[in-house]
Design a protein around this ligand. Structure first.
Ligand code: SF4
Length: 334
């Protein structure tokens, strides 16, 4: 059964500064902070709706910096969610926060109220890039926060943003290597986009910042996806969540509502082309057998995979087989 989140957004609450790219209203689609009563109502409705899927579901406080919220407000939100966790309830509570808002006292509180996973917004491990993007923390803060969190039984997630202002071509690769060395359980990759009302918008309008093109971001993130998977680290998100507010405030950069599928398809297409070269199959009709779940990735968004292979001289038929899993595939010639 698939893991699910009940996402509850706490936009900008607790943020000590304003990062260059951030307009939480657009990113989370929420304008005002959530109240404990609303948290309880959301959890109750989700519990009724999800029934036997509750054990696979987490209550997730996203947006803002959860552990930087004043203690009283943070505890009131946790107290509202905690009764819905445990036997016959949800699996746990997931929170996202800043690396410099983590200490023992706060981690003890999270443990006490049933938090099971913490995600840190790292974004980059290059101090210069962090500074240019007004993050207000350093790479050392990330390492220290990870060390502390690892003393507790929390699942650890790290989030990164390729293509930030001042990032170099190899910046995301270097950050990914540093994150992998910290051995997180999960990673989220959000390629940087320009949203109205942010410092990045000002830089972009002045011609001082150029975001990654969509194709650049897809190729880079496809490689990062493979890299993390090779290190046994789950990539649980690629690209920003699609929402009407985000689409209204989006200005430039590699945003696409199906960004993960674009990356999965790019990755599988590279592997198929390698295999074709290895097999030295003559041009013409081929059949690609893959796991049922992977058929749409092989075909590609709007059939882009099929079109790319056609341009190489291959007419492709795709079929599913339950004997294959994940991205596994077999190519058969005519
Ligand atoms: S810490 Fe997070 S929520 Fe706060 S401004 Fe930065 S990105 Fe936005």
């Amino acid at each position: 059964m698939k893991h699910a989140n009940i996402s509850i957004f706490v936009p900008h609450v607790g943020c000590p500064n304003q990062c260059s790219f951030c307009n939480q209203k657009s990113i989370s689609g929420q304008l005002v902070p959530v109240t404990p009563q609303e948290v309880a109502d959301i959890c109750r409705q989700a519990a009724d709706r999800l029934q036997d899927r509750r054990g696979k579901t987490e209550i997730a406080f996203f947006g803002g910096s959860f552990t930087a919220i004043g203690q009283e407000q943070m505890v009131s939100l946790l107290q509202a969610a905690a009764p819905f966790v445990g036997e016959n309830g949800f699996h746990g509570i997931r929170v996202s926060t800043r690396p410099d808002a983590v200490d023992e006292q706060r981690l003890e509180l999270l443990k006490q109220y049933g938090v099971t996973a913490i995600e840190l917004g790292v974004q980059s491990m290059d101090n210069c890039v962090l500074q240019l993007n007004r993050r207000g923390h350093t790479a050392e803060d990330v390492r220290n926060a990870v060390k502390l969190i690892r003393r507790y039984p929390f699942e650890l997630g790290l989030q990164m943003m390729p293509g930030l202002y001042g990032d170099k071509a190899w910046g995301a690769v270097a950050t990914a290597a540093e994150l992998a060395a910290l051995k997180p359980d999960t990673v989220r990759i959000y390629p940087t986009v320009v949203i109205r009302g942010t410092y990045l918008e000002t830089l972009y309008q002045k011609g001082l910042y150029r975001p990654l093109a969509l194709s650049e971001a897809v190729n880079l993130c496809a490689d990062l996806l493979r890299y993390f998977e090779e290190q046994d680290i789950r990539v649980i998100r690629l690209g920003l969540h699609a929402s009407k507010t985000l689409e209204d405030d989006y200005l430039a950069g590699p945003y696409h509502p199906a960004f993960r599928q674009l990356c999965e398809s790019a990755l599988i297409l590279k592997e198929i082309i390698c295999k074709l070269e290895e097999l030295m199959l003559p041009k013409g009709e081929i059949t690609i057998v893959t796991s049922p779940k992977n058929i749409s990735n092989v075909a590609g968004h709007k059939q882009s995979g099929i079109t790319a292979l056609k341009a190489m001289g291959y007419t492709v038929k795709i079929t599913g087989s339950d004997r294959l899993t994940g991205r596994q595939f077999i190519i058969k010639g005519k």
